[in-house]
Write a protein that binds this ligand. Structure first.
Ligand SMILES: NC(=O)c1ccc[n+]([C@@H]2O[C@H](COP(=O)([O-])OP(=O)(O)OC[C@H]3O[C@@H](n4cnc5c(N)ncnc54)[C@H](OP(=O)(O)O)[C@@H]3O)[C@@H](O)[C@H]2O)c1
Length: 341
């Protein structure tokens, strides 16, 4: 038995509204000896993602809710430090979907494990721009948004992990790209550094008028990340034949009401006279193509066409506070937690 311990965050109680510190508990558990076929991953970075808030609700969804006492769900990037698997060698970099933990023992053939080729991009990018959020942008825009050059794309949470990649792929594909983000700094980043044609600060008080001015030919694709007031404003501008990939609606995740009682993007779009083609999608729909998508995204980073930004909280202890910040827009780009390495 090794002397090292695994530190892991578990769900202590279900949040009502914004998750408070007492919803999370940091536990220590001994790291077990490996069985034949298993590996031990030392986690270097946790990925924090808005969908984790949905898992904390005791409600039916596309995934089972977390149980009280269960490790908070999530993906991490780390390094194999022990191996009894002939598939993985010590020193290899991986991503692993086994929650907020410092050390993870997992079967070498687990589908939750993926290689992370750090000769292409640094390790944290494997849970960001070329990982799950980047792939979400890649497939959601292209497969559900079905873009055509010259069309106008609006993307919300535009400076975030998914939104920033959506907008930049939009530019690569020849679209007019209009972002919506919170605050002048995030908007300036989208236009000045990422090359968006315009970015509207939804907190500046003139959302509808500003959007209309930025979309003189209406909106052909709205990549939905937030819901709420932004959804209502964009819905007025949708052209006939518009497509709306519904990726998420983060503005509603901390709602104290049941999701069946709040106004979701589905009800907004379904209620329009010119209802756009719209559907919720999950990045997992294209699981077989994930690594190919990562290679394409890494190629765009290499060529300078795709830029990214990360907000990195220090230490596994900081995960709950960083998660609350993510839901309140305090992150700038992909929110990570640096755990080790
Ligand atoms: N369907 C899938 O497979 C899939 C996969 C990954 C992610 N997603 C979804 O994609 C969306 C973006 O996720 P992400 O990981 O890229 O997060 P992110 O954009 O990096 O961070 C979340 C951002 O949401 C914005 N936000 C928070 N509250 C808001 C509000 N009340 N109104 C408007 N914007 C608000 C904030 O940006 P501002 O400061 O600009 O407001 C915040 O920075 C989420 O809805 C997430 O659930 C879906």
């Amino acid at each position: 038995m090794t002397a090292r311990v695994n530190r892991r965050w578990v769900l202590a109680k279900r949040p009502v509204g914004e998750p408070t510190e007492d919803c999370f508990e940091l536990e220590e558990r001994p790291i077990p000896e490996l069985a034949v076929g298993e590996i031990l991953v030392e986690v270097h970075y946790l990925s924090l993602d808005p969908y984790m808030r949905g898992r904390m609700r005791d409600a039916k969804s596309y995934a089972e809710p977390l149980k009280i006492g269960e490790v908070i769900t999530g993906e991490s990037a780390g390094v194999v430090v022990e191996s009894k698997s002939d598939r993985w060698s010590v020193g290899e970099s991986v991503t692993i979907h086994q929650g907020w933990q410092s050390h993870i023992v997992v079967a070498g053939d687990s589908p939750a494990l993926l290689p992370a080729d750090t000769s292409l991009v640094p390790l944290p990018a494997w849970v960001g721009v070329v990982g799950m959020p980047g792939r979400t942008a890649y497939f959601g825009l292209q497969r559900v948004g079905k873009p055509k050059p010259g069309e106008t794309l609006v993307v919300s949470a535009a400076s975030g992990a998914v939104g920033s990649v959506v907008g930049q792929i939009g530019k690569i594909l020849g679209l007019r790209v209009v972002g919506v983000a919170g605050g002048p700094e995030k908007c300036a980043y989208c236009t000045d550094e990422l090359g968006f044609d315009a970015c509207i600060d939804y907190k500046a008080g003139a959302l509808e008028a500003d959007l209309e001015a930025a979309c003189p030919k209406g909106v052909d694709i709205y990549f939905e990340n937030v819901g709420g007031a932004v959804t209502r404003a964009v819905s007025r501008l949708l052209n006939d034949g518009a497509r709306v990939p519904i990726c998420g609606f983060v503005s509603l995740y901390n709602s104290e009401q049941e999701m069946t009682e709040v106004e979701t993007p589905f009800s907004v779009f379904a209620g329009l006279a010119n209802t756009p083609e719209h559907r919720f999608f999950l990045v997992g729909e294209w699981h077989d193509e994930w690594l190919e998508a990562s290679r394409v995204l890494a190629g765009w980073i290499e060529s300078g066409e795709l830029k990214y930004r990360e907000t990195i909280a220090e230490g596994i202890e900081s995960a709950p506070a960083a998660f609350r910040g993510l839901l309140a827009g305090k992150n700038f780009g992909k929110q990570l937690v640096h755990v080790a390495g």
